[in-house]
Write a protein that binds this ligand. Structure first.
Ligand code: MG
Length: 294
């Protein structure tokens, strides 16, 4: 890890969080910011307000988990549309604060404004022992690639609006404890959270590390999810990580399955193959009918 510059940043744009290193401190501070926008990340007609609040914070907490950190506090800026009445706002905060309490996260401030669409901007600060944050750029040839949970549930839930997949979409559980385990006990070489779609996110991890990846089926799928939803559906908020080949990785962590899906290889940076065929990096745009290549 390079010495921080005068501004104190040990890591800037390009990972799940930025890392600020206070001089002489035992911990690095992690910062992440995420937007949740009506019509892009949720729909007024289908998403209960408490779920919108929950998901707004969960997006930020998932980025802290990706670095192996502990969340500390958050800041929330909220722009309200004319349709969002006091009852909607109360329930939004209920959902957000319920998740905040679960992880001991304080709501430390923010801003309130008005706009044509509800827009929520969350900043989360976390901490990690100095120099120990999990990053995207540490994967090396020979490492094994793992993923937690089952993918595609969030994209499936958006179609069904019912059942376990819809519940998974509405209230994703940030993998804070798993991130810490992966950092402390497995000594992972790289880690990120799956927010934009597995194929795109793994491509980004490989790009950051300057490596390629070879995957073998099956990629663990949420029950009922299509192959497209599994590979390209976003917002699963599971963790993707790499470990040195002799690392003993358990088959599950606190009931959450951990699956070995392939290995890191030398090769063109960012190239991912599945069963020997190139896997295109796609993110799923939920409110269009077809997946869109990014
Ligand atoms: Mg992320």
């Amino acid at each position: 890890v390079r010495a921080p510059h005068r501004h104190g940043l040990a890591l800037g744009i390009g990972d799940d969080c930025a890392i600020y290193r206070p001089r002489g401190a035992a911990e690095d501070l992690l910062f992440t910011t995420d937007m949740t926008i009506e019509g892009v990340h949720f729909r007024r007609e289908t998403h209960p307000p408490d779920a919108v609040g929950w998901r707004t914070l969960a997006r930020g907490l998932s980025d802290i988990a990706a670095m192996g950190g502990e969340p500390r506090f958050c800041l929330l800026s909220l722009a309200l549309a004319p349709w969002a009445d006091g009852r909607w706002v109360d329930r939004f905060y209920d959902g957000l604060l319920r998740l905040a309490r679960r992880y001991g996260v304080a709501l430390a401030g923010g801003d309130l404004a008005h706009a044509e669409r509800v827009t929520c901007d969350i900043v989360v600060c976390g901490s990690v022992p100095r120099g120990r944050a999990l990053r995207r750029d540490g994967a090396r040839a020979g490492d094994h690639v793992y993923v937690s949970g089952r993918l595609g549930g969030s994209a499936l839930g958006l179609e069904t609006n019912a059942g376990p997949a819809w519940r998974k979409h509405l209230r994703p559980e940030p993998r804070i404890a798993l991130g810490r385990f992966v950092r402390e006990k497995l000594g992972a070489t790289a880690c990120m959270d799956l927010s934009d779609g597995f194929s795109l996110d793994l491509h980004r991890l490989c790009l950051a590390s300057g490596v390629a990846a070879e995957l073998t089926s099956p990629i663990p799928a949420f029950r009922g999810a299509t192959l497209d939803q599994t590979l390209d559906g976003g917002e699963d908020y599971e963790l993707l990580f790499t470990v040195r080949p002799r690392t003993g990785v358990p088959r599950s962590f606190q009931g959450l399955p951990l699956a070995r899906i392939g290995a890191i290889r030398r090769g063109r940076a960012g190239r991912v193959t599945l069963d020997g065929r190139p896997l295109p990096a796609r993110g799923y745009d939920h409110f269009r009918s077809a997946p869109s290549a990014l």
